[in-house]
Design a protein around this ligand. Structure first.
Ligand code: AMP
Ligand code: GLY
Length: 430
């Protein structure tokens, strides 16, 4: 099967790498791709907001299965365009992608279908939002822009003054543009956060692993939020029992509800969960794989994957065909100086080949480009180095040994990725 991966980050490099190792893959192409993906197969220019261009590319190259990384392409209707063209693509339609792309939609959907999540109020006007602060949500309160805000649209406001500032910035100041014209206010939940992944075919789903992300820039979960500074998989907190509960209480109701609403859900479903004292609750849905979670989950997936993704894309998933993760993985993001506010780019990168040659390690590209003198930094998150092992201790050591082999000016990374997994217990049993 000829596969096309849409996107250009670490998640897409991990998808291309994993799918390329599959016996059912004859070739893995990418659009737009990155220098890491270019080493696996041809990369093509693509404007992600032009679904028609992607259809033309898939037709011209004789693609059997297209797998989409970024939500922006789904929000632009890439799945609808492929469906209309009769081409197999793994990813939800534009209407189904509202589960991620509109928080107001996602909250109303969860309320309608009894899916456990934080209590909330959705507001169209700043005055209504400010009035709602006097309701029973309490403080701290979470203020979220409705639309896609590149992970920056969430403020946990300690008190009324902070909440009012956040509401005004989004709804009056236009901080997030159109995405902030509506907001959701939520009760603030507490507990460990885990990422849970399911593969869905419109009617059925199978779990496809769990992970824990590290969103803050500095060790000990300090400093501003980022796109993710590292992850480990699987999450020791997601036991077999919990996985069954999340499938029953969250994923299956999502599939039934989306199908009943006439917008069946097909693709990866990423459920961000908080494990509260009152049970697991949904923080948000994403309609794609996580980044950097994909870089740690995909290398652990045992057995065929291409045939399963194709089955999901064509409505033919076998729910009895459980996907297993083998071993542990820790992924450390190497970021540019100045990230997340204003990353410096254009610095020479050394040591990638040495890191890749180390046993049990993988290096996935995100913000890199090839210049005249070799590989250069081209974004905030530059590379994800992944260590695999039988235990989290092994996986961590390998990831950090590989990180130590790589250098570029101003390189920053967290030193504590995976420490939580060690604390939770070295062995993952399920
Ligand atoms: P999101 O963009 O929705 O993933 O939110 C970003 C981060 O804000 C999440 O990873 C959580 O850590 C935090 N967050 C979002 N909603 C809540 C909530 N209701 N209670 C506590 N923390 C939250
Ligand atoms: N790891 C967070 C995300 O992919 O949104």
């Amino acid at each position: 099967m000829k596969i096309l991966v849409i996107g250009s980050g670490g998640r897409e490099h991990a998808l291309a790498w994993r799918l390329g190792r599959d016996p059912d893959a004859s070739a893995v192409l990418a659009a737009p791709g990155n220098p890491g993906m270019a080493a696996l197969g041809p990369c093509f220019h693509l404007n992600l907001s032009r679904p028609d261009e992607a259809v033309m590319l898939a037709r011209r190259e004789g693609i059997d299965l297209t797998v989409v990384g970024p939500e922006a392409a789904l929000d632009r209707g890439i799945a609808d365009a492929f469906e209309a063209a009769g081409l197999a693509l793994l990813g939800p339609s534009r209407l189904a992608a509202r589960l991620e792309c509109s928080k107001v939609f996602a909250k109303a959907f969860m309320a309608r279908h009894g899916i456990p999540t934080a209590r909330y109020v959705a507001c169209d006007e700043p005055e209504a939002a400010i009035d709602a602060l006097s309701g029973d949500l309490g403080f701290p309160v979470v203020v979220k822009a409705d639309g896609l805000a590149a992970g920056k649209g969430v403020v946990i406001a300690a008190d009324r003054a902070e909440a009012e500032t956040a509401i005004r910035a989004a709804m009056v100041g236009g901080q997030f543009g159109e995405a902030g014209s509506r907001v959701v206010l939520e009760e603030c939940l507490t507990g460990p956060e885990v990422s849970f992944f399911a593969l869905c075919d419109g009617r059925r789903a199978v779990p496809i692993g769990s992970a824990q992300d590290h969103k803050r820039i500095f060790d000990g979960d300090q400093g501003p939020n980022t796109g993710g500074m590292g992850a480990f998989a699987p999450s020791p907190l997601v036991t077999g029992d919990l996985s069954g509960r999340v499938m029953r209480d969250v994923v299956e109701p999502v599939l039934a509800g989306m199908a009943a609403d006439g917008t069946p859900y097909r693709g990866f479903l990423y459920v961000s969960l908080m494990l509260t004292s009152d049970g697991p609750k949904v923080i948000e849905f994403n309609v794609r794989f996580g980044d950097p979670e994909a870089q740690v989950v995909l290398p652990l997936i045992d057995g065929p994957l291409v045939s399963r993704l194709h089955a999901a894309a064509t409505g033919a998933l076998d729910p009895g065909d459980a996907i297993r993760l083998d071993g542990c993985a820790v992924g450390v993001v190497l970021a540019s100086a100045g990230y997340p506010a204003s990353p410096e780019v254009g610095r020479a990168i050394g040591g990638v080949a040495e890191a890749e040659a180390m046993p049990g390690t993988l290096v996935f590209h995100a913000g890199t480009r090839l210049g005249d003198g070799g590989l250069l930094t081209a974004g905030g998150r530059v590379l994800t180095v992944v260590g695999r092992g039988a235990t989290f201790a092994d996986a961590r050591r390998r990831a950090y040994d590989a990180a130590a082999a790589i250098r570029f000016e101003g390189m920053q990374f967290r030193r504590d990725i995976g420490v939580k997994a060690l604390e939770a217990g070295n062995e993952v049993t399920r």
